[in-house]
Design a protein around this ligand. Structure first.
Ligand code: AMP
Length: 284
């Protein structure tokens, strides 16, 4: 496996792969790879001739008071994980390589970013859409793999790819969790042992909501209040949002299949997200 740092070199490789008729899978990440990322890489390796894992902590998707500076950067360990999965390339450009000067052109999305993380993190999805567009242009992937863990991001990227006629197929991948249910996240390393216990409230409240909905509850407000009550009783936990939305990310009063239960909770200073797509089987 090769680690590529420049856009020119990456482009030359993808051009050659294309000329040889090889299919390319791209797994965009911010690094600090864990078993969640690994599941995306494994899937890409199984479905493509060549797999590129991009590792780039994208400055323009972080707000001024967010964790860009302290975000974990572990390229050596990332390379081991990607190599174990038989990925072919890690593309790990510097910020100066990706943004040699301040961008004047951005890729933005309307409507889908008005709620949830889009509302709470202004400019976040503009940063995400812009960097993913750049990565698609640099890597020319046939398929790109995104986790359902970041459900709003996944739906936004799908919409962007369709609206802008990228020839890349966006492949949604299941959420990987620790044994006790906590969704894997690079940010879990910030949690103290006590906070790690508190963080379980996200998956536990999804489980409780799942039971209520399976038993016939159709009122969003009742389910949301139930979850808010659970979180309120947990030390170190502070709600950022708890919502039930349509696939267009609009709040909905009545729960239906395909709606999304999404939550963002601060555990101490660490902001964690989780979600459940109503109607899907809960596997934890
Ligand atoms: P990140 O490095 O956090 O930007 O994530 C890179 C990709 O991995 C995104 O498509 C995420 O949705 C996906 N991902 C992160 N955590 C998980 C997880 N626990 N299970 C599945 N996919 C994940």
């Amino acid at each position: 496996m090769q680690i590529i740092k420049t856009i020119n070199e990456m482009r030359a490789i993808t051009k050659r792969l294309g000329a040889d008729g090889k299919s390319i899978g791209l797994v965009p990440t911010m690094g600090a790879l864990h078993a969640g990322h690994k599941s995306l890489i494994d899937r890409s390796v199984s479905e493509n001739d060549a797999t590129i894992v991009s590792v780039f902590v994208n400055p323009i998707q972080f707000g001024p008071n967010e964790d860009f500076e302290k975000y974990p950067r572990t390229l050596d360990a990332d390379a081991e994980i990607a190599s174990d999965s038989r990925a072919d390339y890690i593309f790990a450009p510097s910020a100066a390589e990706m943004y040699p000067q301040k961008n004047l052109a951005y890729v933005d999305i309307t409507d889908l970013q008005d709620n949830l993380c889009g509302a709470k993190r202004p400019g976040h999805f503009r940063g995400v859409c812009t960097v993913v567009s750049k990565l698609f242009n640099i890597c020319s992937p046939n398929k790109a793999y995104f986790g359902k863990k970041d459900i709003q991001q996944l739906y936004i990227i799908k919409q962007m790819t369709s609206d802008l006629n990228f020839s890349t197929e966006v492949v949604p991948c299941e959420i990987m969790r620790d044994k006790d249910g906590l969704a894997l996240s690079s940010r879990n390393v910030y949690l103290s042992p006590d906070e790690r216990k508190s963080a379980l409230v996200l998956s536990l409240s999804i489980k409780k909501a799942y039971s209520a909905i399976s038993d016939g509850e159709t009122s969003s407000q009742i389910v949301i209040n139930m979850i808010k009550g659970m979180i309120a009783g947990v030390e170190n936990a502070k709600i950022d949002y708890v919502s039930i939305v349509t696939p267009q990310f609009k709040d909905t009063d009545t729960i239906d299949d395909g709606n999304i239960l999404a939550l963002a909770v601060y555990i101490g200073k660490t902001r964690l997200i989780d979600n459940y797509i109503i109607g899907e089987t809960l596997c934890f």
